[in-house]
Every structure is written in structure tokens, then in C-alpha cells.
Design a binder for this molecule. Structure first.
Ligand SMILES: [Zn+2]
Length: 234
């Protein structure tokens, strides 16, 4: 009985400490983090794409105006020298404006590229995390399934064993198990209680040796039920 309970305790401990479960929790937390970062980058890429289109349009608009002015000059349609002078001055300032706007355009494009490559990295990391999480989930489920089966088998064996033990003895055993760190009964081996590892004194041993085999004997030191075996040294 004690052996079955110890096996059950060990199996339940294993179930609650499957390494894959801990790794899974870690990976899932990391996934949430990366997913949040990817969403932020997605928004940033969207904003920068809009900004880039605007910068492109600004450049195109000023270029169109410059071409219009240039065409008028080339066609010789401005005969007044002062008006021509003004027009040339305007062309110069348009050229400066185009150059400024192109700088803005390049700067936005660079920021967009940086955000895009960061987003790609995050997306790849997410895909890898998803694969790892899936694999860990399978392994964990597999291990848990195996352990559940073992628990069920040992629990069934325990039930059969328990049905052959008198109710009061079973109750005493259960109570001691709770009080004594999961060990309610211990074998008496070579005059030693395997529960508390203490050697029994000769008078206690004599009393145990004299007790009928169906009488429940307890360790004087730790109160556990002592199970007499062929190796008890009585
Ligand atoms: Zn003991």
C-alpha cells in the first residue's frame, strides 16, 4: 500500500513538473511579447507608407510646377525681362524646394525600410515560436497522457489493495501519511524503522516479536505503522 502511494505521489509530482510545461509557459510569454512588438511595427510600417506616398506626391507636385515654368521660358512666351527674371528666380527656389523634399523622401524611405526589416524579423520569430510551441505542446500532452495512464493503473491497484485492508487500519494509515510526509507505513528491516531510520531498542523489538502477526505495531519514535518482513531481524 505504502509502495503504491509512493508511486502515485511520484507520478503526480512528475505530472506537475513536466519540463515541457515550464518551457511552454516561457515560450508563450515570449510569443505575446513578440506579437505585441510585431503589431506596433505593423502600425509603424502603415504610417510610414502613407508618409512616403505624401513625400513622393510633394516632390512630384513641385517638379510639375518647375516643368511648367521651364516650358514657358523655353517657349519664349515671357517677353518682359523683369517677369523673366522673376521666373528664373522662382525656378531656382523651386529647385531648392525639390532638393529639400527629396531629402525628406529619402529619410522617410530609410525609416520605412528599417521598420519593414524589423517587422520581417519579428514575423519570422513568431513563426518559429509557433512551431516550437506546437512541438512542446505535443510532447507535453504525450508525456502527460503516459503519466495519466500510469496514475490510473496504480490508482486501480491501490483501490484493490485498500479494499483488503480493515477500515480503521486504513484510516490510521491515511492519517499518518498526511502527518508524516506521505509515508504512513514503513518496513521494519534489520531492526530499523525504514520510516525514521532509527534502530529499535531490544525491548520494543521483543514486544513486536511477541505481538500476533495480525496486530498493528507502530514505531515508538515516529509513530508510523511498522510492517514486519522476513528481514526484520526479530
Ligand atoms: Zn520510525
Amino acid at each position: 500500500m505504502q509502495e503504491l502511494d509512493s508511486r502515485l505521489d511520484a507520478l503526480r509530482h512528475q505530472l506537475s513538473t513536466i519540463p515541457e510545461a515550464a518551457a511552454l509557459a516561457e515560450f508563450t510569454a515570449r510569443r505575446t511579447e513578440v506579437d505585441g512588438a510585431a503589431r506596433d511595427l505593423q502600425i509603424e510600417v502603415g504610417d510610414l507608407t502613407t508618409e512616403q506616398k505624401r513625400a513622393d506626391a510633394d516632390v512630384e507636385q513641385v517638379k510639375a510646377r518647375r516643368e511648367r515654368d521651364q516650358a514657358m521660358i523655353d517657349a519664349g512666351s515671357i517677353s518682359d525681362p523683369k517677369a523673366l527674371q522673376r521666373m528664373l528666380g522662382e525656378l531656382e527656389s523651386l529647385q531648392r524646394r525639390i532638393s529639400d523634399l527629396e531629402d525628406v523622401e529619402i529619410e522617410v524611405m530609410e525609416r520605412l525600410e528599417t521598420a519593414q526589416s524589423a517587422l520581417e524579423e519579428r514575423t519570422a520569430e513568431l513563426a518559429k515560436l509557433d512551431r516550437d510551441i506546437e512541438a512542446l505542446g505535443h510532447t507535453r500532452a504525450h508525456k502527460a497522457g503516459d503519466l495519466d495512464e500510469q496514475v490510473a493503473a496504480v490508482a486501480a491497484e491501490r483501490k484493490t489493495t485498500a479494499s483488503g485492508i480493515p477500515a480503521d487500519l486504513l484510516a490510521l494509515y491515511e492519517k499518518l501519511r498526511v502527518q508524516k510526509g506521505g509515508v504512513g507505513a514503513a518496513a521494519l528491516r534489520r531492526r530499523e524503522c525504514t520510516g525514521c531510520r532509527l534502530t529499535l531498542n531490544p525491548s520494543d523489538l521483543a514486544a513486536i516479536a511477541a505481538a500476533p502477526t495480525d496486530e498493528v505495531v507502530r514505531c515508538e519514535e515516529c509513530s508510523r505503522i511498522l510492517v514486519r518482513t522476513g528481514e526484520s531481524g526479530l
